[in-house]
Write a protein that binds this ligand. Structure first.
Ligand code: 6GU
Length: 223
C-alpha cells in the first residue's frame, strides 16, 4: 500500500508514524508513506495557500490550486481508489471502515487546516470524507496519523502475530477481555485464577463472558 499525505504540517504526521509497529511495516516495505507539503505546490509568489472566504465570515480557507495540482501530479503516476479528506463533518471512522480501507492499494489523504478547504475540492476531487470523532481538532494531521495507524496495522504481515488484529476490541463489535501478565500476585493484587488453570476451554469461556460484560457495561450501543 502507498499512502500520499497532503498537509501544511507533514512533520506532525511523520513523527507519529515513525515508531514501533508502523516503523517496522515501513522497513519491511509493506507500506510506503509519502508526505507532500501543500505550500510547495502553490503557484503564488509568496507561497500563499489560503484566503478569505467568499460571502464574508471569519477564518481562512485553503485554496484549491495547490491541492488540485498536487493530486494531478500524483494521479499521473498511479491510480488512487480513495482520496480522503479528513474533516470533523465527515463519516465517522470505525473498525469496519478501517478494515475496508486497509485493503486499498493507493490512498491520498488531504489534511485541512484553518476553516477548511475550498468546497470544490470536496465536490470534485475527494472520494471519502472521514472524521475520527465528534470533536474538533485544529487540523487534519492528528486525524491522518490515527487513520494511517488504524489501517496499517490491519495489513497482513504488519502485526507479528496475524491473529492479534482479529482479537482486537471492535473486530467483532465487542470490547476485548481483560488481560494480565506476570507477576501473578502484585502487592496482593491477584490475576484471576482461571487464567492460571491451564484449562483452555474454561479460559476461552471466561474471556468470552468478560468481553460481553465489558461491552454491556461500557459500550451497550455495540450490542
Ligand atoms: Cl478528521 N479533522 C479535524 N480537524 N477535526 C476532527 C477530525 C478531523 N475528526 C474529528 N475531529
Amino acid at each position: 500500500m502507498r499512502i500520499d499525505i497532503l498537509s501544511l504540517f507533514p512533520e506532525i504526521i511523520k513523527s507519529s508514524l515513525e515508531h514501533s509497529i508502523i516503523k517496522k511495516a515501513l522497513k519491511k516495505d509493506l507500506i510506503s508513506i509519502k508526505y507532500h507539503n501543500i505550500r510547495e505546490y502553490s503557484k503564488n509568489k509568496q507561497k500563499k495557500v489560503d484566503d478569505y472566504q467568499y460571502g464574508g465570515g471569519s477564518g481562512m480557507v485553503l485554496m484549491i490550486q495547490p491541492i488540485y495540482d498536487c493530486i494531478k501530479i500524483l494521479k499521473e503516476d498511479r491510480e488512487y481508489s480513495n482520496i480522503i479528506y479528513l474533516t470533523p463533518d465527515g463519516e465517522k471512522l470505525n473498525q469496519s471502515s478501517s478494515n475496508k480501507f486497509s485493503l486499498s492499494k493507493n490512498i491520498i489523504l488531504i489534511c485541512g487546516h484553518y476553516k477548511g478547504v475550498d468546497h470544490r475540492i470536496r465536490e470534485h476531487l475527494v472520494t471519502h470524507e472521514i472524521s475520527i470523532g465528534d470533536y474538533v481538532l485544529s487540523g487534519g494531521e492528528l486525524a491522518a496519523a490515527i487513520f494511517c495507524d488504524s489501517i496499517i496495522r490491519l495489513i497482513p504481515g504488519v502485526l507479528g502475530n496475524e491473529s492479534s488484529a482479529l482479537t482486537d476490541s471492535f473486530q467483532d463489535n465487542r470490547l476485548s477481555e481483560p488481560i494480565y501478565t506476570r507477576p501473578e500476585n502484585y502487592k496482593g493484587l491477584k490475576v484471576p485464577k482461571i487464567l492460571i488453570s491451564g484449562n483452555n476451554k474454561d479460559i476461552e469461556r471466561w474471556r468470552d463472558k468478560k468481553s460481553l460484560e465489558r461491552t454491556k457495561k461500557y459500550r451497550p450501543d455495540l450490542l
